[in-house]
Ligand binder design. Structure first.
Ligand SMILES: NC(=O)c1ccc[n+]([C@@H]2O[C@H](COP(=O)([O-])OP(=O)(O)OC[C@H]3O[C@@H](n4cnc5c(N)ncnc54)[C@H](OP(=O)(O)O)[C@@H]3O)[C@@H](O)[C@H]2O)c1
Length: 429
């Protein structure tokens, strides 16, 4: 027992080396508050599991942020992961990324396929190739993580195909609409006992979106509105897509086995979030690094951000309950807007999106045909120029040859005796 020490405390008070109790209390409370805040903002951890070996998962946005973490987690559980990326699979960055993922997860079944979500043609090329298979290819899950968010103050951009589509609408909504629309037969053709899921990350920003029935023109456009509207559209379309799957009459007469699940991952420190916070500027990045403590404290890491997506992918209950649920912090929550489930809004959105795709695809096909014709014309001209050059050089060679012959002839016509006369001369001398 440290009796002498306690007696000393009693008679003489705290020793001089002991820190100020007030300071100790303040430091302790600050550390406690930081720990409590961090625990709260980190969110819930997924505890659901199921076997993923042999299951085929298509994932967009699997090279960055939450999508990259989802790809890692599912590959580590043995799933066959197909990353749908903007870059071609031969791109050195992508080759290295896939190799690294294979090594870290000890799973060789990870591939990349090029799908540029800003291009309807690229999506159609991939999706038609996927469904053009007999028997239908195995498909257990689609995770739609790819998205863009223009930083505040950023410019409104349109895609280069045809007359163009506003980029945020295209990548965040229309691309997914197009992809799921073409892959729908592949989803519906999966055997009845297969648990098929379509996982769609969303964001609370949809709550503040203008209604989908109001067009968002150039004048009213802002990065925030465009992003929120695209997220609302995904929610409305996802509900309609679930109905489309449910109403399909399978040849075996059994009920639909595909479920749409929406996931709000919370605020996560991803490259996308960093671009938004820093406004995509160098000064913003410097400020972000200076205030990094707050980003660390208030935002989730990608590992924590993916937890609700893992819940949506792994929780057994999702397969047996109705589709179209919203998951947040690994549990079901309600939607904050009524129009998410409004069938009239969904019908209008579906029809207008179909029309938009048809128009842009037609324009893009004409554009491609024109570009092909121009290229062929350029190639033809280049070939003709090359031919002309060849003929020119041939003619030149012939001319040179003739001139040489003439010179030779001249040489041969020169009197030979002159040559002979020299030695004679020599003899004479
Ligand atoms: N981070 C958050 O706090 C947060 C909050 C709520 C919801 N969410 C949602 O969660 C999802 C993932 O967010 P995140 O922050 O992890 O995203 P992120 O880091 O910005 O990554 C976006 C991904 O989308 C891909 N992508 C962008 N344009 C593409 C295109 N044209 N074609 C193909 N791929 C394209 C990117 O590919 P490249 O790498 O090639 O550009 C990247 O892999 C998004 O749907 C987002 O809306 C995020």
């Amino acid at each position: 027992m440290p009796l002498p020490f306690l007696a000393g405390l009693l008679w003489h008070g705290l020793p001089p080396w002991f820190p100020d109790p007030w300071l100790l209390l303040k430091t302790g409370s600050a550390l406690g508050a930081i720990t409590a805040t961090k625990l709260y903002t980190a969110g819930a951890t997924n505890t659901s599991e199921r076997k993923m070996h042999g299951r085929v998962v298509l994932i967009t946005g699997g090279t960055s942020g939450i999508g990259a973490q989802a790809a890692y987690e599912l590959a580590a559980r043995g799933a066959q992961v197909v990353l749908l990326t903007r870059l071609p699979p031969s791109d050195p960055f992508l080759v290295e990324y896939v190799d690294d993922l294979r090594e870290r997860t000890e799973n060789q079944m990870i591939y990349a396929e090029q799908v540029d979500l800003a291009s309807l043609h690229s999506i159609r090329k991939f999706a038609t190739k996927w469904i053009d298979n007999a028997p239908p290819r195995r498909l257990d899950m689609i995770i739609l993580c790819a998205a863009i968010l223009t930083p505040p103050g950023g410019q409104r951009l349109v895609t280069p195909e045809g007359s163009g589509v506003e980029s945020t609408w295209m990548v965040n909504f229309l691309a997914n609409f197009h992809l799921l629309g073409i892959l729908s037969p592949a989803l519906r053709a999966q055997p009845f006992d297969r648990d098929v899921r379509i996982v769609i990350p969303t964001c609370p920003s949809y709550i503040g979106s203008p209604p989908l029935t109001e067009a968002l023109g150039k004048e009213g456009w802002s990065p925030g509105k465009a992003y929120a509207r695209s997220k609302l559209a995904m929610l409305v379309f996802g509900q309609a897509f679930q109905k489309h799957l449910d109403t399909y009459v399978r040849p075996d007469g059994l009920p639909n086995n595909a479920r749409v699940v929406f996931v709000d991952p919370g605020w996560v420190r991803t490259p996308g979030m960093r671009r938004w916070l820093t406004r995509g500027s160098l000064w913003g990045l410097v400020l972000y690094l200076m205030l990094y403590f707050w980003a660390w404290l208030l935002l989730k890491s990608p590992v924590m951000g993916v937890q609700s997506i893992l819940f949506a992918a792994l929780e057994a209950g999702i397969a047996v309950e109705n589709g179209g649920k919203l998951i947040k912090e690994c549990r079901e929550v309600d939607f904050a807007r009524k129009d998410v489930k409004d069938e009239d809004v969904a019908k209008q959105l579906w029809e207008s999106s179909d029309k938009l795709i048809e128009r842009v695809e037609k324009e893009a096909a004409l554009q491609r045909a024109r570009a092909k014709k121009e290229m062929e014309q350029r190639e033809k001209e280049a070939r003709e120029a090359e031919k002309a050059q060849e003929i020119e050089s041939l003619v030149q060679t012939i001319k040179n040859g003739k001139e040489k012959e003439k010179e030779k002839e001249k040489e041969s016509k020169k009197p030979r005796n002159r040559k002979k006369s020299k030695p004679e001369g020599k003899k004479a001398s």
